[in-house]
Design a protein around this ligand. Structure first.
Ligand code: NDP
Ligand code: CA
Length: 316
């Protein structure tokens, strides 16, 4: 069965997972686009200073490198060159795929479009192939994208497939239907490119677990499960498969928004979950929620430790 545990404290964590060729630490985060966060989101209780790029950029980098992830999946990236420059000094390289008509373009003083990015450790992986997709709804291109990488673990030759996406935002029955259509297109993209490689599909799906897209992913026939839900027995809900209570928590003029819309899905027949990083508590987060001077995004980062099954353990 799955061995459940929380990730240890930061300092001791960096050796285990980053050195073993049979494990993979995946980091998932919607970092909040600088242009959208400052000009579009209208976070009601967020201090102005917290949205200043010169304040946020250090917190973002710190949060990413704190746990020495092997692979980093990000959404709402509108400072890719900055992140690439900094992360290269930490042993990573990466790729960016922008949204075709990013809402950032319509903001004065924007830093270019926002989009998805994947970074990986160059000492551990070789990039074999990268693919991008503008997600389609009923065969028509939408404004949402996906980025996919096939990475080879240098030490073992094992290939893995990592995919990240950021689906259409906002709540309505129609939008839930559109997200589900984007999800179907995404899963076809995954099926065609990942094949039978161990696959990790992470992102901001903008959909609570009750939305159709969640069931579409789990029922795709591609053996995908949600890492946090599989670990719930060790965390928030005893012996039940449940997502965490929130992955984003913000206050807008309309009120408080606290729900789970970000996920790390994985091939449950090829990868085992060793642990996940718990979400900050309500007390950690504070009464004004996020973003705040302490948390640079309105989304929280997710981290999952995966063990890559060997052929002998797959036969068990
Ligand atoms: P989405 O609906 O997917 O949302 C874009 C961004 O807005 C996401 O990053 C989302 O963040 C964020 N968001 C979600 N809810 C809110 C909210 N209540 N208030 C503010 N921001 C929110 O947009 P699309 O990519 O499909 O692009 C459409 C948008 O692009 C339009 O809404 C428009 O603003 C802009 N646009 C403007 C044009 C113009 O002429 N001015 C023309 C074309 C596009 P998260 O995912 O974290 O929820
Ligand atoms: Ca956002």
């Amino acid at each position: 069965g799955i061995k459940l545990r929380k990730l240890h404290a930061v300092t001791e964590v960096c050796s285990d997972y980053t050195t073993s060729p049979h494990s993979l630490r995946l980091f998932q985060w919607n970092i909040l686009s600088q242009a959208l966060g400052k000009e579009n989101d209208n976070f009601a209780r967020c201090p102005e200073e917290a949205l200043d790029w010169n304040h946020r950029k250090y917190l973002i980098v710190e949060e990413i490198i704190e746990y020495c992830p092997d692979v980093i999946c990000l959404q709402e990236v509108d400072h890719f060159h900055f992140l690439k420059h900094v992360l290269e000094t930490q042993g990573y390289t990466g790729m960016f795929f922008p949204k075709p008509d990013s809402p950032c373009f319509y903001i004065d003083g924007n830093n270019g479009p926002d989009g998805c990015a994947i970074f990986f450790r160059t000492d551990k992986f070789e990039l074999l192939r990268a693919e991008t997709r503008i997600l389609e709804i009923w065969r028509i291109q939408s404004n949402q994208v996906a980025l996919l990488m096939i990475l080879k673990v240098k030490q073992t030759g094992q290939e893995i497939c990592v995919v990240t996406t950021h689906l259409k935002a906002r709540r309505s029955a129609l939008l839930a239907t559109l997200r589900n259509e984007q999800g179907k297109d995404l899963l076809e993209f995954v099926r065609q490119n990942c094949g039978d490689r161990p696959t990790i599909l992470s992102g901001d799906f903008n959909a609570e677990p009750a939305e159709p897209i969640y069931g579409t992913v789990l029922g795709s026939g591609q053996h995908l499960a949600s890492a946090y839900a599989e670990c719930a027995g060790n965390g928030w809900i005893p012996s039940d498969k449940r997502e965490p209570p929130y992955t984003t928590w913000k206050i807008r003029d309309e009120g408080e928004v606290c729900h789970t819309i970000d996920y790390i899905f994985y091939s449950k027949n090829k990868l085992d979950v060793d642990g996940v990083l718990e979400l900050p508590t309500e007390k950690d987060i504070g009464p004004d929620r996020v973003p705040s001077l302490r948390y640079p995004s309105d989304h929280f980062s997710l981290i999952c430790d995966f063990r890559i099954r060997t052929h002998s353990s797959q036969a068990d």
